[in-house]
Design a binder for this molecule. Sequence first.
Ligand code: GLY
Length: 413
Amino acid sequence: MKLKFTLTITLVCLLLFMSMKPQPSGFISKIFNKAEQQYLYLSAEADVLNKFPRSMKQDKLVGTNEWDWTGGFFPGSLWYIYHQTANEQIKEEAIKWTEKLEKAKDLDQHHDIGFVMYCSYGNAIKYLNDPEKVKAYKDIIIHSSNTALKRYDEQVGLIKSWNQKKSWDNKTVWKYPVIIDNMMNLEMLCYTSKITGDPKYKKVAISHANKTMKNHFRTDYSTYHVVDYDEHGNVLHQQTNQGYSDNSTWARGQAWAIYGFTMMYRETKDPAYLKTAQQAAKFYIQHASLAKDKIPNWDFNAFENGYTSHVDFTGRNISPAPRDASAAAIVASALVELSGFSEAKDKKAFLNFAEKSLKSLSSPAYFAAYKANAGFLLKHSVGSLPHNSEVDVPLTYADYYYLEALTRLKELK
Ligand code: GLY
């Protein structure tokens, strides 16, 4: 009798506790079910276009070819959805769009090969249970890493992001520009050292990360977007390309920094990388300009006193400042991982922030209805506001990092 009473009380308490606590994995599964439907629709649209989905213009899907920096995100998102739903049709689409990228293993005209090949083939290797294909995909990753090394100059110690080009204000010629985004290409190099046993790829990644740590950060751990070098690796310029001004902090640039150094800490366990990731994250999550929903403005300092843009924004309809859901998604994914490397207060703060951002992104304010938003999941990202390009639109990489963040959160729970 007493035992029955105790069991009943325990059960009631448990039910009460469960109804009070948010159910993260339930919420995540619901999102993946919606993503599964939306991405089947997007795949059909991409077939019609015969291009990799990138964004939307006048309500129509905009696609790209394999030489752009964004081709890997669509197959990568399909892999995340397949991993959660085991939908065979999604798997077939993921294989098809991954394999369509094979030519890009020779992409050497800019630094983005890591994004392109690792988000697609890298995820395929993780999630596809087909040893023959996986072996072929690993060879493609090794080939891609050898291509990436072609842009590394030993004297400079960094991978060159773009070939020599004029800065956007036409006042500077960048000789050896390196952008903070380039940190994201290093994961493929670390992986290639693991599967080949050859340390040369990871050595390049470490050299790149060390010089980025030295020259891309200001004392408050905000970041420059572009650092330009001479042939000996001396800094020539610290500027912006997609941010408001040279001394401002472009939200997605800061997101790449947080993600990149978290990933490099995972790969090396170098405490300097951990400190950099944590401080860069604190700059971001504690910033006064952040709205309650935690989705940042496209730049943390746009139109503030002390920040002068080289762009004339007159006549542009940019008030209130457009938000960048892509930056929020990248940061959410990074913070779920970074919380696992952090202690006490930081651990909690990083995870709380990631959960809050993901809740906002999953609300109707950001998450699109079925077949709307040209088939993408998230609304309200910014490609490059100074170039007046892709402002307040869906972007394929916002979806990719959002799905990655949810996957990481689910695995953490
Ligand atoms: N890597 C280009 C961008 O973040 O827009």
